[in-house]
Design a protein around this ligand. Structure first.
Ligand SMILES: [Zn+2]
Length: 424
């Protein structure tokens, strides 16, 4: 055996030992993740779809808030409620500023997946455990947040809690928002929302939200964790198509003014125009009047969700869909109007922070088409996001997934990031 060869074996051997230690740590962490994850897994799960019904301030989401308080208490972290439905559990001196904020949301879309939101909160508590086990002594407080109504599935305004906290949403207007049963936000909260809390927000130095990836970019890159670069500009537009309601059996085809045709054409046009631009367009919600099998509709309302990497691309997409809808309405003898219901500009996450985290973790950097509380807070604090690989790439559906090993990698990455931000 040559000396070279012996060196080679020794090094390989050492690497092998390190690998084993790494794997053992990783398996332990995956086990701890599974235990904590199982403690919330049944809450709000619909046995039929396997998806979750965790609407803000309903019984399952309130149970998760109790779980949050119990997890915080078991770690000696006092919890503050901000009067907007958001909860903050704190590790560190109550008077110390420059706190590092992490966390996410509990609420789901109807029949949503398990990971969107809760993964960021469960991972945050486990990251606290990792830091403590490693003997880390934070120089700055670490705060775990649970934000309210991020999906907007109950009151129609996404990122409701973070928008109220930052002052982006007027508390008077928010108080009057109503759910499908007519219950107002003020009734659900038990009080009028507090609105902007600069006193709380001013105590945070940065925010890092860990989230399941809502796409397959990490599968393609063969990496468990990424750092986010930006959130695409996006918005919701309502199309009102007006025609003439009439009898399905007696109205000659040539005499019809059928808004369903204009609607159908517009859905196809939105898909085509988005593909041409590398953008995203979805019509996932529609209302038909009178909604009868034997009647030509008098009115169809469709909601377009559109997103693109660049603001100009998004404007061009919506303009093109509007033009095609209007042109088609002329041929159908119908009328169409377009109303912008919400628009969120491009959010470029703090380049310095994201870059530092990507270098620290040696992780890929990805943009996302989904909105997050991190996007709202990015206007007020240096903000970053970590994404955990989702093998199906599917989100807002029971098919959303993440392996325990990848979730453990996410916790380990978050712990490293939080250690860097709180201890140095
Ligand atoms: Zn989410």
């Amino acid at each position: 055996m040559t000396a070279d060869h012996a060196d080679h074996i020794d090094l390989a051997d050492l690497a092998d030992h390190a690998d084993h230690a790494d794997h053992a740590d990783h398996a332990d962490l995956a086990g701890r993740f599974r235990v904590l994850w199982d403690s919330i897994a049944p809450v709000g799960r619909d046995p039929g779809s396997g998806g979750y019904l965790r609407y803000a301030f309903t019984e399952p989401e309130l149970a998760l808030r109790d779980w949050f308080r119990a997890q915080a208490a078991s770690r000696g972290m006092p919890v503050t409620a901000d009067g907007n439905g958001n909860l903050f559990a704190r590790w560190g001196h109550p008077a110390a500023g420059d706190a590092v904020l992490t966390g996410s949301h509990f609420d789901s879309v109807p029949h949503g997946g398990a990971y969107d939101g809760p993964l960021g909160i469960v991972s945050a508590f486990l990251a606290v455990d990792e830091l403590r086990a490693a003997g880390a002594v934070p120089a700055r407080p670490l705060v775990v947040a649970a934000f309210a109504e991020e999906e907007g599935a109950r009151f129609g305004v996404p990122c409701l809690g973070s928008r109220l906290l930052t002052g982006a949403l007027d508390p008077g207007r928010a108080a009057g928002l109503r759910d499908a049963d007519g219950v107002s936000l003020a009734e659900a909260l038990g009080d009028r929302p507090a609105g902007a809390r600069p006193d709380l927000l001013g105590g945070f130095s940065c925010f890092v939200e860990l989230h399941v990836e809502q796409g397959r970019a990490l599968v393609e890159r063969d990496a468990p964790v990424a750092v986010a670069s930006a959130i695409w500009p996006h918005g919701r537009w309502r199309f009102d198509f007006l025609g003439e309601g009439n009898h399905a059996g007696t109205t000659l085809m040539a005499d019809r003014r059928d808004p369903m045709l204009t609607y159908a054409f517009t859905v196809l046009a939105a898909n085509k125009e988005a593909r041409l631009r590398g953008a995203h367009a979805t019509v996932g919600r529609v209302r038909v009047e009178p909604n009868a099998t034997n009647a030509i509709p008098s009115k169809v309302t469709g909601w377009l969700d559109a997103r693109a990497a660049e603001p100009d691309t998004l404007t061009g997409l919506v303009d093109a869909v509007r033009a095609k809808a209007t042109e088609r309405a002329g041929r159908d003898g119908t009328e169409v109007t377009l109303t912008e219901e919400s628009a969120t500009p491009l959010v470029a996450f703090d380049g310095g922070l994201g870059g530092r985290l990507a270098a620290l973790l040696d992780a890929p950097v990805l943009p996302t088409g989904a909105g997050h509380d991190a996007g709202v807070l990015a206007g007020h604090l240096p903000t970053a996001m970590l994404f955990v690989r989702n093998p199906t790439g599917v989100s807002h559906s029971p098919a959303e997934a993440a392996t325990d090993a990848d979730c453990a990698a996410g916790v380990a990455a978050l712990a490293r990031v939080l250690e860097k931000l709180t201890c140095t």
